[in-house]
Design a protein around this ligand. Structure first.
Ligand code: CA
Length: 230
């Protein structure tokens, strides 16, 4: 579970940083947001695997945001763990009714936080997040790390595998190089944007003998896209 990306929506910087440190130590990538507005922008850019959502936020509350996420088709299945200082029972019930997956009352230990995140991600993975992805002739199995074109096996380096997986999870979407760096390499890694080009080249080279390298498309002036349409 630990190459998952977590969006942390929390207005108190000290708590946000503490959570971020715990996440990094457990091998997660994460993005901070201090408000629902920031969280929305981050969601568009970084498709996280799970949201840690503080209940009490300035402006739109965490609870209202959770309800909005559930109403929107593109975020309906995105797991949400609500963070709150309240522990009154009716709040808890309201939180769960708004469709959050779990609930964590402050203060909580890093160990508890990570355990809850892993539990929710495992539950979601059981519902197909780790299921093989097939697009056109290409099949990628996240569990066994196998890639096949039709019946032919493909050998990819670990970075090319993650890159292809990310593309196949988001077909027809254009990503800037820095977005790919964030997702595939992780936010804490400081490397040149051109590193992306190097790995794109390797990925295309691996796909080329099977005639599927055309799926990795350069979008001039922007970045890259995976698409079945030439
Ligand atoms: Ca708060």
């Amino acid at each position: 579970m630990s190459d998952s990306t977590i969006l942390v929506v929390e207005d108190e910087a000290a708590i946000r940083d503490m959570i971020g440190m715990s996440l990094e130590r457990a091998g997660f990538r994460w993005f901070p947001a201090a408000s629902v507005e920031e969280a929305r922008a981050t969601l568009m850019d970084h498709s996280p695997d799970l949201i840690l959502l503080d209940w009490m936020l300035p402006g739109v509350s965490g609870l209202d945001f959770a309800r909005q996420l559930r109403r929107d088709d593109s975020t309906r299945d995105l797991p949400v763990i609500m963070l709150t200082a309240r522990d009154a029972e009716d709040d808890m019930i309201r939180g769960l009714e708004s469709g959050v997956d779990d609930y964590l009352t402050k203060p909580f230990s890093p160990r508890e936080l990570i355990a809850r995140i892993n539990a929710v991600l495992r539950r979601v993975a059981g519902h197909g997040d780790d299921a093989p992805i097939t697009l056109g002739k290409l099949t990628l199995d996240p569990t066994s790390h196998r890639v096949k074109v039709g019946e032919e096996k493909l050998t990819l380096g670990p970075t090319e595998f993650r890159l292809l997986r990310y593309f196949m999870q988001h077909p027809d979407r254009v990503f800037r190089r820095d977005q790919l760096l964030d997702h595939v390499w992780g936010r804490s890694v400081y490397i040149d944007d051109r590193t992306v080009d190097v790995h794109i080249r390797r990925l295309r080279k691996a796909l080329e003998p099977h005639g599927v390298d055309v799926m990795i498309q350069t979008v001039r002036g922007t970045g890259y896209r995976f698409s079945l349409q030439p």
